[in-house]
Design a protein around this ligand. Structure first.
Ligand SMILES: Cc1ncc(COP(=O)(O)O)c(C=O)c1O
Length: 249
């Protein structure tokens, strides 16, 4: 029989028999109470891999991005994005609907912005202008064609952001692809950001789930927002158990 390789997306992968086995045997508890040991272990491992203090398990990459936007902004704030960003194109208008922010989209080259472009786009402190509160970068960049953000460019954008008091979020849905291709540890890519999301369900091959990684003090707020967005899950250890994919990273 001919086998067909489905190249539409890295999201169409199916769990392997080994993955299904660890999932079936997962130790579980109620994660809404923070009592699922498998989820807790996954969160610790994700934070460690990204060089952040803590992480939270969420159902999807979009929820991780939207929790970050909600946590780092107020309604009426402006968020700078590259014009082809997933957050702008493919998240069903969630930034406006769920956080009341507006997007300022800058044209990049294959998804990559330059620091001076960002510096120019950050608003001055006039009462009639929307305050720029957040810059979101995407690495690798989906609509850019899987582009890897050069680390020096990320650092230069972050320097501008810090000097102007603007927060940084990384949509790192495929951050481990960038890391595998460049040899740069994911934690180095993650370091300049306040929050970093990544997906278990894409290049890493797990069936469901994403992480948001950040400082410990932001986690209670993110947990509350996850609850508000309807993303709290109960015996989620069955999903988190697919973490064994991390053992090889
Ligand atoms: C760059 C990027 N961010 C976020 C997402 C959203 O992930 P999910 O489908 O898990 O919500 C995707 C999905 O393909 C993506 O490519």
């Amino acid at each position: 029989m001919k086998s067909v390789i489905d190249l539409r997306s890295d999201t169409v992968t199916r769990p392997t028999p080994a993955m299904r086995k660890v999932m079936a045997e997962a130790e579980v508890g109620d994660d809404v109470f923070g009592e699922d040991p498998t989820v807790n272990r996954l969160q610790e491992r994700a934070a460690e891999l990204l060089g952040k203090e803590s992480a939270l398990f969420v159902p999807s990459g979009i929820m991780a991005n939207q929790l970050a936007i909600r946590a780092l902004t107020q309604p009426g704030d402006e968020v700078i994005l590259e014009a082809q960003a997933h957050i702008f194109h493919y998240e069903a208008g969630a930034g406006g609907a769920l956080s009341g922010v507006q997007f300022y989209c800058l044209p990049g080259v294959r998804g990559i912005l330059k620091a001076d472009q960002v510096a120019e786009a950050i608003r001055t402190d006039e009462y009639y202008l929307p305050p720029t509160r957040l810059i979101c970068l995407e690495n690798t960049h989906n609509r850019g064609g899987g582009t890897i953000y050069p680390l020096e460019t990320i650092r230069a954008v972050a320097k501008v952001a810090r000097s102007r008091g603007v927060a940084m979020h990384l949509d790192g849905a495929r951050i481990f692809n960038a890391s595998a291709a460049s040899g740069i540890p994911a934690a180095d890519y993650a370091k300049p950001f306040d929050t970093v999301s990544f997906c278990l369900s894409k290049g890493l091959g797990a069936p469901v789930g994403s992480m948001i990684c950040t400082t410990r003090n932001r986690i209670p707020h993110l947990r509350r927002l996850r609850r508000m967005f309807g993303g709290g899950m109960r015996q989620a250890g069955i999903l988190a158990a697919a973490r064994h994919i991390f053992d090889s990273i």
